[in-house]
Design a protein around this ligand. Sequence first.
Ligand code: G4P
Length: 525
Amino acid sequence: MGLKEEIKRRRTFAIVSHPDAGKTTLTEKLLLFGGAIHIAGAVKSNKIKKTATSDFMEIERQRGISVATSVMGFEYDDHKINILDTPGHQDFAEDTFRTLTAVDSVIVVVDAAKGVEAQTEKLMQVCRMRKTPVIVFVNKVDREGKEAFDLLDEIEEQLKIKVRPLSWPVGMGKRLKGVYNIFDKKFYYFAGEDKTTAEKPREFKDLHDPELDKALKEQAQKLREELELVEGVYPEFKINEYLNAEIAPVFFGSALYNFGVKELLESFIKIAPYPKPSFANERMVDPFEEKFSGFVFKIHANMDPNHRDRIAFVKVCSGKFQRNTNYQHVRLGRNLKFASPTAFMADKKSIVEEAYPGDIVGLHDTGNFKIGDTLTEGEAMNFKGLPSFSPEMFKYIENADPMKSKQLAKGIDQLMDEGVAQLFTLTMNNRKIIGCVGQLQFEVIEYRLLHEYNATCRYEPVTMFKACWIKPNDKVEWEDFKKRKYKSLAVDKHGRDVYLAESSYDLQMAQTKFKGLEFFFTSEF
Ligand code: G4P
C-alpha cells in the first residue's frame, strides 16, 4: 500500500466526556469490535478517582495504566483506527487539551440522564478553537434519561454547535425498544442485558411501512411524529459541514450494553476525516508530502526512579516514519535515530518499523524532548498548535532542602518539559510560581520531585487570578507597563512575557489602560 492509501485509511481521534459519562466503556466496546481486545474489562479506566487525591501510590499506579492506554490502535474494515486516550480527571485538563491537538476528530460522550456537563463544555471549547469535527454519542439510553429533543437543545446550546441526529431512540430506560437509524432506515432492537446485539436489525421500506407498527406497536406512531419533527427542525446532514466543524451528528446508544456502538463505529469510519494538513510556524504541512515530519504532544516519565527515561509521543504529520533512520530534532539542531520506536495497541506495545500520518509513535527519550518539539528530515520548521492555557491555581514553589537545590531545579525543569504544569519566573526576583489547573497537579509534582529526583519542595500561597501572555504592539506603553507592573511580570518556560494579574479587576484595568498591549489567555495567538 502506498503512502496515499495508508493516510486515507487512517482515523485518529479522541473520545472525550465528563467523568462517568461512559468514555472508558465506549472505548472498550470499540476495541472489542476491532478485535484489539477479546474480553470486556481489559481496558482499565484511566481516570484518577477523587478519592485518590491523597493516595499517591494510586496516582502512580494509574499513571502506569495511562501509558498503556494512551494510544489504542486497531484495524477495522480496512481502516487503521487510533484512539487517543485523555485523562478523565479535570485536574489534568491541560494534558487533554494537548492530546486534542494530535487528533483529527473527536467523539463526545454525553450521559442521557445528566446531559452536557461542565468538563465537556470546556473540552469542546478547544475543539471549536481548532475546528475539530465532532460526533456526539448520547450514552446510557438504557436508563431513564432526558427527552431526546431536550438533549439535542442542550447540546446545541451548551456545546455551541449545530446538531443533526442520525439515529433516534424509541423509548428510554425501561421503555427502550431500540434505536432507529435515520439514514439506513433500519431499526435496531434493544434486546437487553443478555442478548444485546444478538438480534439482527429490521429494515423498513419507509416510516409508513405497516411492519413498523407490528414491531413497535403504539411507539411506532410516536416515532413517526418525532422523526417528522426531526426532519422539520434539523437541517439535512451534509458531510462537509461536519468536516468544517459546523455541525455535529448525534447518535444514541448504550455503551454498557454494546448497543448502537457498531453503528457509531461504521458511520464514524465513513464520515470522519483522515489526517489533515498541520501547521508549522513556517508553512502548512500536507500529510501526503514524501518527507517525514512530526511533533511531540505528550511525554510520559518512566515510573522507575532508577531509569529516568521517558516516552515521547510523536504524532506523525507527513511522510513515512522509519525505524533506525536519522531525523532532525529541530530545536536541538541535532540528528537522532530511534532503534525501538513503539506502537500502541489496546494493552500492549510493540516495536514498529514504520508509521504513517495519523499514527502515534512512542520514542524512548533520555531528556532530549520537550512538548511541542518537531522532528523532520532536515527542514527547520516548528509545528504550532500546542498552546499553554492560563492556569487557574498558583503557588510559589520553594526548595525545602538546601542540600538538594540542583536536584530540585532539574526536577522542576523536566516536569515542566513534560507539561505536568506551568512554570512562571518572576522578573523582579526570580521566584518561581507553579500554575496548575487543579490541586492534584501540585500534589503530583511534590510527590514526583521527591521520588524521582530526591528533592523536597514547599509551596507558599500567592494571590493570583490569571496568567496572560502579552503582545506589546506599542513599545512606549510596554515600557510604561513594565515599570508600573514590575511586581506582576514574569516569563514562562519559553521566555515569553506573562502578566500575572492578581484579580479580575486588575486585569480589566490593565486592559482598559494599556490599549497598545494585547492580553491572551493562551500562549499561542
Ligand atoms: P468514564 O470513562 O467516562 O469516566 O465512564 P465509564 O466508562 O467508566 O463509566 C462510568 C459508569 O457508567 C460505569 O459504572 C459504567 O459501567 C457505567 N456505564 C457506562 N456506559 C453505560 C451505559 O450505556 N448504560 C449504563 N446503564 N451504564 C453505563 P460504574 O458502576 O461506575 O463502574 P463499573 O463498576 O460498572 O465499572
